[in-house]
Design a protein around this ligand. Structure first.
Ligand code: PEP
Ligand code: MG
Length: 963
């Protein structure tokens, strides 16, 4: 298909034809959208009275009609809203109804009960489904079967429960057999239903001590008796036996019989799905993706259609474009004579959807048409599920497809070219964090050529990853906790493996296709993933992985190339991505790559839109150079103490800290001044005229002296010509119980103004030296950890004095050596008294690392042991040191901005805590009216994209939901 596209591009006639087709399609899509909008408008007029009077908890869809529409994801969940939308635009969907997320909230708020009116609503809607499908629930002539599925606002693949084939009982199964003339199908559906209902609704699952699923044990017995290898080989008689055994198993373990009444079955399944909103897996998933617990899930009850009714039937999943690379090809898989879960479970290996053109040609043609309609209607890549029941195609689901960072960029920019979306929409479509995928390393080509390949599979998650192999999620988590890089290696993954997948660098499965659980989840996490490596074999009992005659044991090294799907032994060297090679290493070949070109184009668009300036946190000239290549507009934070660890400077620093009197300190400072000056010359030169916020010495002193070993102490004693005991005595004298809240920040400069003087002199001497080379300099001297305006006032006086001396020494007038003095706002008191502090500050920079630490009373160094528990318990939805606590710390930021600008209305304000590179926090900074964010060099493109998105969101454009 890719080839065809390229060929067509060379053929002008075909090009015009495609253009006209696109134009017409766009017109039709717009028309349909307008029609839908009109319909929705008419409906919304009716809605309020309906909601004010009696409740509406059930929304019907099917038969070209729907109560709801695609815009109602919050109420109907993603799946329900899109089913309604598909039905409205005439796509064939089996009739059904959605129980809203409000029912879920009600259920949890009212001791797991439902609104009184619900039963009647459900009854009326079942009647509608029966009418649309021409079948009846529990009927012995033409029975209707139902599926019951979850559907949250954002999709949570596989995390909640599903029940299929609902409505069968001992009588209905016979009716189904008679009606379809296919008793094997009827009894197979019954056994599938019992298996799902028994485990999901009645809780009959493998006991902790059991190694095997009890249903599988029964199925295995049946297969052995019938001498067949697959479930599909079981005939009617064997299946009748299995059904009997399943029922016995359920009665024995659940202590009650499986309910024969279809309505009872339905309520059981609906309860189970609502309950699964709070299962362990769903909670972990919500935590990882920041989905609030209050959202709740909707439940979709829908007529079953069957892909397992012979060779004219089938089922599949597809993406309207390749979700790993973004290439514009229809990308999917299907199985003949199968039900949906057979495709995603990864047990049977499906065929490529292109093959359907031969197997089921008319359904394939129809599917291609629907692909086009859906992409043009939803104006984004769709991830669809479909079933063909004896030649009739049904669409079961559509949603915006999850994609890798590579695909997100490729698809969004291609769609702009295709005029399907605008540049602004493209910017909103790409989760800013995803740009980090494009910066991730690739294998060093030379190393990869030499490596021993032991298998290959589908490249489901691009990138390069190496690590120790582990065969269970728990082992992978334990390996990662020891600091190892790990590769989770499984025959196939299931939602139970989520924690292991999060902990892993890469994921390898030996079964399943590009739409298997492993592929979907890895893609979304941006993990390197290879799935369906059929030429490899895992032996869980022996804990080995083998392929191409080589066997690896648990813990041995493996490398995965997720771009092409190759698996290698060993720990391969990685090299930078094409974006890094093009941008940072100036390599011409890399600059020709599609990814590089699109990356640069996208960042260019973001630059034009954003209002926030993006600066960098950099401490060395090299870091500054890298940051500028990424597009940094200056330095937002140079931590001067980070320069002190180089070479033997640390000795002079320690000498300064340990000095007992001013004279000794002055001697040490004199040694440090030339080092500092040299550093600042390098930084100003690299900045080439851009502003530089340089922070005065800040850190807790224990970082310099608390960790000294005996050998370092005697070495320093020798150099300083003192006794080791003297140094030990000084270390003891300077010891602090709580150094983070101790003698650090400007408190050092207040007690020892000579330190501030030395640093200011070094900065300004460097400025003079660089100015002489005709390079503009903009020094911004920043005073850390200020709580009282007087602290800043005193420190500013010292800096101004030093500046006067430097000017005098070089015969410069005030205008010939300019600088600014500002402060960090990183203590709550500073935010509260920002109006007073602003009197002495030319700028503010929020130090949100310390501001979070002090606002929350939560140590930034010690909290990692209990924060995960807080996230598990959903007290915190994210780590507050990574993602700004907008409701708490955010208030201090807003207050600091408002009060600071009350005194100086044009006060320049930025942020230099770690949050400056976190997309959500960047958007918050935009909304709070900051002038800039500052982050590490590699986060700059991410911050820029988030800053552009903030502008668009402010204009009322919502982020396109990638659900
Ligand atoms: C901060 O506290 O946010 C900050 C940038 O300073 P540091 O991390 O160096 O304490
Ligand atoms: Mg700080």
């Amino acid at each position: 298909m890719a080839n065809a596209k390229r060929k067509a591009a060379r053929n002008p006639a075909r090009k015009t034809a495609r253009k006209t087709a696109r134009k017409t399609a766009r017109k039709t899509a717009r028309k349909t959208a307008r029609k839908t909008a009109r319909k929705t408008a008419r409906k919304t007029v009716r809605k309020p009275s309906a909601r004010m009077g009696s409740r509406k908890d059930v929304y019907y869809f099917g038969d070209g009609k729907a109560d709801g529409d695609g815009s109602q994801k919050a109420l109907l969940g993603g799946k329900g809203a899109n089913l309604a939308e598909m039905s409205r635009i005439g796509i064939p969907v089996p009739a059904g109804f959605t129980l809203t997320t409000e029912v879920c909230t009600y259920y949890y708020a009212h001791k797991k009960t439902y609104p009184k009116t619900l039963e009647a609503e459900i009854g009326a809607n079942i009647a509608k489904i029966e009418k649309a499908m021409g079948k009846k629930l529990g009927d012995l002539g033409n029975p209707l079967l139902l599926s019951v599925r979850s559907g949250a606002r954002e999709s949570m693949p596989g995390m909640m429960d599903t029940v299929l084939n609902l409505g069968i009982n001992d009588k209905v199964v016979e009716a189904l057999a008679a009606k379809t003339g296919n008793p094997k199908f009827a009894w197979d559906s019954y056994r599938r239903f019992l298996q799902m209902y028994g485990s999901v609704v009645m809780g009959v699952e493998a006991h902790a001590h059991e190694h095997h699923d009890p249903y599988e044990v029964i199925l295995d017995k049946a297969k052995a008796k019938a001498s067949v290898a697959d479930d599909s080989g079981l005939g009617e008689k064997a299946l009748r036996w299995v059904v009997g055994e399943f029922k016995k198993l359920i009665r024995k373990r659940a202590g009650k019989a499986f309910p024969e009444d279809p309505i009872k079955q339905l309520y059981g399944a609906v309860n189970a799905v609502f309950n699964s909103w709070n299962n362990d897996r769903a909670k972990v998933y919500r935590q990882k993706y920041g989905i609030p617990a209050e959202w709740g899930t909707a439940v979709n009850v829908q007529a079953m259609v069957f892909g397992n009714t012979g060779n004219g039937s089938g089922t599949g999943v597809a993406f309207t474009r390749d979700p790993a690379t973004g290439e514009n090809v229809f990308y999917g898989e299907y199985l003949i004579d199968a039900q949906g879960e057979d495709v995603v479970a990864g047990v049977r290996t499906p065929k490529q959807v292109a093959q359907m053109a031969k197997d089921l040609p008319s359904s394939h043609r129809e599917l291609l048409k629907i692909r086009k309609i859906l992409e043009e209607h939803f104006r984004d890549v769709q991830d669809v599920e479909f079933t063909i029941e004896q030649g009739k195609l049904w669409m079961l689901q559509t949603r915006n497809g999850k994609r890798t960072g590579f695909a997100a960029v490729n698809i969004a920019l291609d769609m702009v070219k295709e005029r399907l979306i605008t540049k602004e929409e493209a910017i909103l479509r790409i989760p800013a964090e995803d740009l980090s995928h494009l910066l991730a390393p690739i294998f060093d080509p030379a190393d990869e050529r030499k490596a021993t390949k032991i298998g290959s599979g589908l490249p489901a998650g691009p990138g390069a990853a190496s690590g120790h192999i582990y065969f269970t999620a728990d082992a992978a988590v334990a390996g990662a906790a020891k600091g190892q890089k790990v590769i989770l290696t499984r025959q196939e993954t299931s939602p139970e493996d989520l924690r292991g997948m999060i902990a892993a660098e890469g994921i390898l499965t030996t079964r399943g296709g590009a739409s298997s659980h492993a592929a979907l989840v890895a893609r979304q996490m941006g993990k390197v993933c290879i799935c369906g490596a059929h030429d490899m074999n895992i032996d869980y009992a022996k804990k080995t992985l083998s392929g191409h005659g080589v066997t690896l044991k648990e813990g041995e090294y493996l490398s995965l190339n997720g771009f092409v799907g190759n698996v290698y032994i060993g720990d391969l060297k990685t090299s930078p991505s094409s974006v890094i090679q093009g941008l940072i290493e100036n390599k011409a070949a890399a600059r020709k790559s599609e990814t590089y070109k699109k990356f640069v184009q996208l960042v260019g668009w973001a630059d034009k839109l954003r209002r926030l300036e993006v600066r960098t946190n950099s401490d060395t000239p090299d870091q500054v150079k890298t940051a500028i290549k990424f597009g940094a507009e200056g330095i937002g934070l140079t931590r001067t103490e980070h320069m002190f660890f180089e070479g033997d400077r640390i000795d002079a620093v320690r000498e300064m800290i340990l000095a007992e009197d001013q004279k000794a300190r002055a001697k040490a400072l004199k040694k440090l001044l030339p080092y500092q000056k040299k550093d600042f010359v390098g930084i100003f030169t690299a900045l080439d005229g851009r502003p530089a916020t340089i922070r005065l010495l800040d850190p807790p002193l224990h970082e310099f002296i608390g960790t000294m070993t005996a050998a370092q102490i005697s070495d320093l004693a020798r150099k300083l010509e003192v006794k080791p005991d003297y140094i030990k005595h000084r270390i003891t004298a300077l010891h602090e119980e709580n150094p983070m809240l101790g003698h650090r920040g400007c408190r050092l400069g207040i007690v020892y103004p000579e330190i501030t003087r030395m640093q200011a002199t070094a900065i300004l001497e460097a400025a003079v030296a660089v100015q002489k080379k005709n390079i503009k300099v903009q020094p911004e001297i920043m005073v850390p950890l200020v709580s009282y305006s007087k602290e800043l006032e005193l420190q500013k006086a010292v800096i101004d004095e030093a500046a006067a001396e430097v000017r005098k020494k070089h015969g410069l007038k005030v205008g010939q050596l300019k600088y600014q003095v500002g402060t960090m706002i990183e203590i709550p008191r500073a935010a509260l008294t920002a109006d007073e502090i602003a009197n002495h500050a030319a700028f503010f920079s929020f130090g949100t690392n310390d501001l979070t630490q002090t606002c929350l009373g939560l140590s930034r160094d010690d909290s990692s042991s209990f924060l995960p528990k807080y996230q598990d318990a959903e007290i915190l939805s994210a780590n507050p040191f990574a993602s700004l606590d907008q409701t708490g710390v955010g208030q201090l930021v807003e207050m600091g901005v408002e009060r600071g600008r009350r005194t100086k209305n044009k006060l320049k304000i930025g942020i230099c805590g770690e949050h400056g590179g976190d997309p959500g926090s960047v958007k918050f900074c935009h909304r709070s009216g900051l002038n800039y964010v500052s982050c590490s060099p590699f986060r700059i493109p991410i911050a820029k994209l988030a800053a552009a998105q903030a502008v668009l969101e402010e204009r009322g454009l919502a982020r396109a939901e990638i659900s």
